[in-house]
Design a protein around this ligand. Sequence first.
Ligand code: GAL
Length: 298
Amino acid sequence: MSTVKMQSVRLPIDQNGNVAQLHGLGVQCFDGIYYAYGENKVNGGLFQGVVCYTSSDLHDWVNHGIVLAPRSTGLLATDTIAERPKVLQCPTTGEYVMFIHAERHDYNYAHVAVAVSDNPLGPFRFLFSMQPFGNISRDIGVFQDSDGTGYLLSEDREHGTHIYRLSEAYHSVVEDVVCLKGANYQYGYESPTMIKCNGFYYWFGSQLTGWDSNDNMFATASTIEGPWSEWKPFAPVGSYTFDSQCDLVLPLPDGQFLYIGDRWNPDDLGNSPTLWLPITLKDREAVLHWHDEWTYEI
Ligand code: GAL
């Protein structure tokens, strides 16, 4: 184990000295190495491919280049939008399956695209896009339970935010397990992400304010089906989640939890900083703590 000193507001730099494109990111640990998949936003909001970075300490990142390349035409081409790439390894097939929010030139298409690879470093091959059970699908997240069952979290403007159970091969959805709207809120929460801690599921999400930050919320349950608690903020109200939008909450080997969020700069998306803060999860409460910098053992 070594001690890592983390600056809370970061523009992580890769091994080539470039700003790591860890926007709207997904992170998974495969064989002891952290793999992060980010939106490449160097040239603005349109799709420029998904970049993969690896790290052994979640601080220093090695860029492995584009692992889901833009297609020449149609969905996932460079005149479309694709956001929030998330990868799971399917335990039954061993395959790496990427889910990504896929739009055409504006935000009216609302599909989730599925791409696969035999290698976490890609290249990922686009399979198809879908609207789960006919529901629109905007911001997404993924979750793998301890028994290997995979889930897709997906915001659907009309009904709320869903948690769909994935098929054995993780290519499709087989059940709409739960769909929630926010507390006194007409929508479900977006940028959805979930983690299990001491037998409880913690579901996080943000309100729908585009690139602007807001007070992000969380709910808890002892089973994914629910009942789910009321949604509550986990950062000081009015801090707008310390001016960030949640991406992920990850367990650290030393027992702490790491919150990663985007502080979007719509005028320069590729240089939007990310927030890396400790979050306490205990007895169905979640509290995000501010520190300019902090340490963890890894
Ligand atoms: C947010 C969403 C981002 C991006 C943005 C565009 O609500 O979480 O991923 O789509 O809107 O305005």
